[in-house]
Write a protein that binds this ligand. Structure first.
Ligand code: G6P
Length: 597
């Protein structure tokens, strides 16, 4: 999603810092980009649609001390050069992340005052509003305070005006923004990753902050405190390249054994101590898991784990629904938010809703410097390292691993019997090796070559297998653009079976032995209608006339089986997308960090 970089510092470095910073944000997903800088009392704005390489072709490495840059993920108005940022109005030049919800009303008001608009964006309206406020107040801080009062929605702005050379302003509400500094330079970024190769000294801006940056001087106008609080950036989450893999997604799939190992290793060494470090769950009678996308799918697996093994009722909610609905929780409810980025707008809003009602919150989050990590009562870090591919794999697996540990802790609290947990931990210990071997032996390339040209692919499963199918289907559609649906196997015949035609690929996951026979009947139903049936299983299936292809996953303790089951689907989606020539790490229209609702 949109990214911001701002720089005030050394003449010769500005342009390259803006471009490098934007490149570091590319993984978030964008469709156009631009920069603006001050040069000999003039403002230069350069924009381009498409990838950053297009922008780079237009940019000259001129000397200038001040610049701002932006990658845009279109919300208001199509992806085109005119709509891309920076935007200008009167004396104001700015870049913006977020959505100004009342922009139509403000636009009408500004048009009456004579402002004319060139773009379809809400951002240009914000620029005009600030310009108008600056005209009347003659003071930029006052103008920004007025904007803060009147602009509804979410924003992170990096702004400069023609009247104050070498001065950069910023303002934020509900969209992330950080400052960075070295002895002679000041930085602004929507994500510390954009500036982490230049500085590790970071200050996270609080909600409602307005900042003025001048040479070696930071003035912070906040609601509570006026001194910036600088922290040293933990570089753990910085991108360290593709490491020889063709794509980040492939690298991240292959990193999964290490990700699991990093999480569980401390528990293997000293289980008593490590389980004690997890929050005490004994007071909770109900759990609500709230998340978006793949993180929502891990919530479904978490629900199955906790309900099946610890008998505590769990509700799983899509964050964009949860934040606006009537929610039934009380002091005995734990709200768990799950997020790789820790910045997903709807998940953050859901967390804030629970926090506001004084309900205990726990975040399962990868980016430990993120807003969600900072605002949740308890946090469990995913320790997955930076995930760059838009389609998540290793963070998803880390979330499943943490839900397994939460389930074990709940069991432990209920029985106080570590003896029960030890055999499960030893099964856990074997998972990294099992995943490694599975990845070595998978024949997904062959299956991919048989099905990649199809327009529709279906996934079937029951119970926990269905939850994994939902993620499998999302992975496939995200990166290959093939229409795909996951169905609870028994539900298919209530409509969707009419879409099954001769050779339609249907992938069924059959690992839940308790309802294996039922799923097999459903597979037979689609096979009878001509489906090309691929069965993913850890079982020896006796009669095989209902499947055209098999993928075998190794068995483990049923609690951990879902962790193995997703692996072939991740790789299959990758192979299919590869054969279709898709931009695997940066799929069209998608963003890694969804900071607007
Ligand atoms: C986007 C990403 C998904 C991710 C979802 C939630 O849609 O493309 O891969 O699952 O956001 O993101 P989060 O960072 O909250 O896990």
């Amino acid at each position: 999603m949109c990214g911001i970089v701002g720089y005030l510092g050394k003449q010769e470095k500005t342009i390259s810092i803006l471009i490098t910073g934007l490149k570091a944000l590319e993984y978030r997903g964008y469709d156009s980009a631009g920069i603006a800088y001050q040069k000999n009392n003039k403002i230069k704005v350069i924009k381009s649609v498409g990838r950053l390489e297009q922008l780079e072709k237009k940019v000259k490495l001129e000397n200038t001390v001040l610049g701002i840059g932006h990658t845009r993920w279109a919300t208001h108005g199509k992806a085109c050069t005119t709509n891309s940022h920076p935007h200008q109005s009167g004396n104001i030049t700015l870049v913006h992340n977020g959505i100004i919800e009342n922009y139509i009303e403000l636009k009408q008001m500004l048009e009456k005052k004579g402002y004319q608009f060139q773009t379809e964006t809400d951002t240009e309206v914000a620029a005009a509003f600030i310009d108008d406020a600056l005209k009347s107040s003659k003071n930029m801080i006052k103008a920004l305070k007025k904007a803060k009062e009147k602009l509804k929605g979410s924003y992170a702005f990096a702004i400069f005006n023609d009247l104050e050379p070498d001065t950069l302003y910023a303002m934020k509400k509900e969209s992330p923004l950080v400052l960075g500094k070295t002895e002679e330079e000041l930085f602004l970024a929507s994500d510390p990753m954009a500036i982490s190769s230049y500085t590790k000294e970071i200050c996270y801006l609080n909600e409602g902050s307005i900042v003025k940056l001048e040479k070696n001087k930071v003035t912070l106008i906040e609601e509570k405190d006026t001194r910036p609080i600088w922290k040293t950036l933990n570089i753990e989450n910085c991108n360290n390249g593709k490491n020889g893999y063709a794509h980040y997604m492939l690298k991240e799939i292959y990193e999964q054994p290490d990700v699991i190992y990093n999480i569980i290793n401390p528990f293997l060494k000293d289980p008593e101590m490590e389980f004690k470090k997890l929050p005490n769950f004994s007071k909770y009678k109900k759990i609500q898991i709230v998340a978006c996308g793949s993180a929502y799918h891990t919530g479904l697996v978490g629900k199955w784990m906790i309900e099946t093994y610890a008998s505590i009722p769990v509700e799983v909610e899509i964050a964009s629904e949860y934040r606006y609905k009537k929610v039934f929780y009380d002091k005995k409810t734990l709200v768990i938010v799950v997020s790789q980025s820790g910045e997903t707008a709807d998940t953050l809003a859901s967390l804030r809703k629970a926090n506001k009602d004084h309900i205990d919150t726990l975040a399962l989050v990868n980016v430990i410097t993120s807003t969600i990590a900072r605002e949740a009562k308890y946090i469990l870090p995913l320790k997955a390292g930076s995930e760059i591919a838009v389609a998540t794999t290793k963070a998803y697996l880390a979330q499943l691993t943490l839900f397994s540990l939460i389930t074990l802790k709940l069991k432990l609290e209920q029985s106080s019997n570590m003896e029960e947990i030890i055999p499960l931990l030893s099964a856990f210990q074997k998972l990294p090796l099992k995943i490694k071997k599975l990845l070595e032996n998978l024949k997904t390339k062959d299956i991919a070559s048989k099905i990649y040209k199809h327009n529709d692919i279906f996934f079937l499963g029951r119970s926990i297998d269905y939850a994994i199918c939902m993620e499998a289907s999302l992975k496939l559609k995200e990166i290959s653009y093939i229409h795909s649906e996951a169905y609870a196997a028994g539900e298919l015949k209530h409509g969707t079976i009419s879409l099954i035609e001769e050779k339609t690929p249907v992938l069924s996951l059959v690992t839940d032995t308790s309802i294996q026979e039922k799923t097999i009947s459903n597979i037979k139903e689609v096979k009878a209608r001509g489906a090309y049936s691929i069965v993913v299983t850890n079982q020896k299936l006796e009669e095989c006339d209902y499947c055209d292809d098999f993928i075998i996953v190794p068995s483990t303790e049923p609690l951990f089986q879902p962790i193995l089951n997703i692996i072939p689907f991740q790789l299959l989606a990758y192979e299919i997308a590869l054969l279709r020539g898709c931009d695997i790490d940066k799929p069209k229209n998608l963003a890694k960090s969804v900071t607007v609702e």
